[in-house]
Design a protein around this ligand. Structure first.
Ligand code: AVI
Length: 318
């Protein structure tokens, strides 16, 4: 493991998986680093800022849908379910669901203990009578959920169109893992961003204020900070493209000139114009979304969208 010393003399250890993913991702062609590494402290702050941007419609559109459908969701799922959220929970979306359906327990699952504890404390304060059971785990695999909710029927909650950051193959595997984790009689409430024109999609991922550019470029800063990198960050430009064939926005970091740098002592060279592919954000038409759910072992039972059809929330049963 690589030991890092910050300017203030404090020492930390770089995540060995981050190191492995970056070194392998920079060595392969096309170069690509998994999007999960965006989310260090700075990256998480920048993502929060993205969700408030005028161009980034998904967050406010999904919140609008969730605030309208509470009664309908409750009528379909019934009271007393244990809500299992995949991801540590958002301060806006999660209370909308919990307030509407009167659950027996709330289990947020996240790989990052810090975010999990923070959001669980906030939820417990807002819902003092609710049993909140934070669960630190990688939800990409089937999980043994806490024994305290063994007998309760479950409602999985996966908002934000985070499923779009996976390839359809990974998304199918995840949906199947969720089904295995949630068990018999489970239901799933999931947000998916819809296909729309590149004139709306590209600005949502390349905003005028440059916040998404900073979010993407922060990955290079993180490599320099945590993996003793010498990447010349100012030689790279944020690029967001709509890949119509794959129905996804792709984010890349493009070298603006020939560059040489090292990461953890390993040398890399990139020619001007070459890119590092850093994120996919897949979009799903109404039928595509239903097919994806079925491929993942779920039967869609209801769907809601906003008046402009930008975003959709699906309810499915196991
Ligand atoms: C977290 N995820 C659903 C966001 C998205 O829209 O794909 C991440 C993001 N990347 C750039 N902007 C937002």
């Amino acid at each position: 493991m690589l030991k890092q010393e910050a300017a203030d003399g404090t020492r930390s250890f770089a995540d060995p998986q981050f190191r492995a993913d970056v070194l392998a991702g920079l060595a392969r062609r096309p170069r690509a680093i998994p999007a999960r590494w965006f989310y260090d402290r700075r990256g998480s702050e920048l993502f929060e800022a993205i969700t408030d941007l005028p161009e980034y419609y998904p967050t406010r559109t999904e919140i609008g849908i969730l605030s309208r459908i509470g009664g309908d969701v409750r009528a379909r799922v019934g009271a007393g379910r244990a809500v299992v959220e995949f991801g540590s929970g958002s301060s806006t979306k999660t209370p909308l669901l919990l307030g509407a359906i009167d659950p027996s327990a709330y289990v947020p699952i996240d790989i990052s203990g810090d975010f999990l504890r923070q959001s669980s404390r906030a939820l417990s304060a807002a819902f003092p009578d609710l049993l909140v059971l934070p669960f630190e785990a990688d939800f990409m695999r089937p999980l043994a959920l806490p024994r305290a909710i063994a007998d309760a029927p479950k409602l999985g909650f996966f908002p934000g169109s985070t499923i779009g950051n996976m390839t359809p193959l990974m998304a199918t595997d995840l949906l199947r893992a969720m089904r295995a984790s949630l068990g018999e009689g489970a239901m799933l409430l999931i947000g998916m961003d819809r296909i729309k024109g590149a004139d709306v999609l590209v600005p949502a991922y390349d905003d005028a204020a440059g916040v998404t550019a900073a979010f993407n470029l922060n990955l290079l800063e993180r490599i320099n900070r945590e993996l003793a990198g010498t990447v010349p960050v100012d030689a790279f430009r944020h690029v967001a493209r709509w890949n119509d064939d794959r129905a996804r926005i792709e984010m890349h970091l493009q070298a603006q000139r020939d560059v040489d740098f090292t990461v953890d002592g390993r040398p890399f060279q990139m020619a001007a114009g070459e890119t590092i592919h850093t994120e996919n954000s897949h979009k799903y038409g109404a039928r595509d979304a239903r097919i994806l759910l079925r491929a993942g072992g779920w039967t869609p039972v209801a769907e809601w969208t906003d008046p402009d059809g930008l975003f959709a929330v699906y309810l499915a049963e196991a």
